[in-house]
Design a protein. Sequence first.
Length: 338
Amino acid sequence: MDTGCTQQQGEQLSSSFMFDRDTQVRRIAPPPPLAGTSECADTSAGALMSFFAAEVAGNYNSVGDHPNGGYLMAIAARAVGHCVKAPHPLIISAFFIRPAAVVPALVTVKVIRDSGAYSIAEAIVYQDLKSNNNNTKQTNQTPVATKRPPTSDSGENADANDAKIAALATEGVEIFRITATFTDLTKAKGPSKLINRRPPATLPWDQRLHVSTHPVLNGSTIKRNLPIGYHPDMSPPDGVSPRREHGIMLGWGKFADGRPTDLLSLILFSDGMFPPAGNLNVKSSWVPTLQFTLHLRAIPAPGEVCLRSKSRHLVAGHIDERQHIWDSTGTLVASSVQ
């Protein structure tokens, strides 16, 4: 029986790019209490889980030592991709329970459906937050990739490490969970119509506000490895200029190391901008995400992407954020709400 547990179709994993190294997952055996559930779920059984080890890196921290939510979702989506037949993520809905740390993580995947045009699975990510001793904290000097774990399970040390990570299912705490729908976007058919969703006019490189040294983003490593050049009128507040009230951020971005943009990286881009709440002229600092839904519309063309996010409703301290992403050809490739 084909369980669909092979490498995700079309996935081009290259260790030369930081993002690919930082989102790697390794299949591991389940902890003893859950023995017998190590294979990908068969839709006829509906209860089997797969277990994966991941090393959460510090190269995409948004605030302090907290990894970016889009980066975390990309790790979970990669694990799902190893367990379903459909090659491309289409919809990802995430619920964040507590901030993650730059420590190892366990990803469990349960396949809900894996037949027809769509595959659906749930992934849950666990960590031991007590082990966060900041040894993997990144500096703001040069991009340095966090050291990756062994790619194969061999030797007593590897077995002991895998057992420790697998035990997070019962001894760790849940960080977040996603429900993901995968499909084959190369076979997508049907009409297309966009209402007021044409991409903004591209701003020349030298007219953008580049935030690598922006004072508000000090301590953020994502700004270095996922640099975004903002429109000067729709950029993060600097604490000096008059505050804006339009609630919009607009920018253009690509990976610092030249990695091509693909569907998996769009998950990171979808949460990579400074929150548009910064342009609502209200006092705010960290804007943690409670729930996030991402729709991936098309496979992006090579080149930088255009990102536009806006917030329109701030009620009793809760705010919405909607984002659209266009590729270098002007095609809408992703939209999200959180």
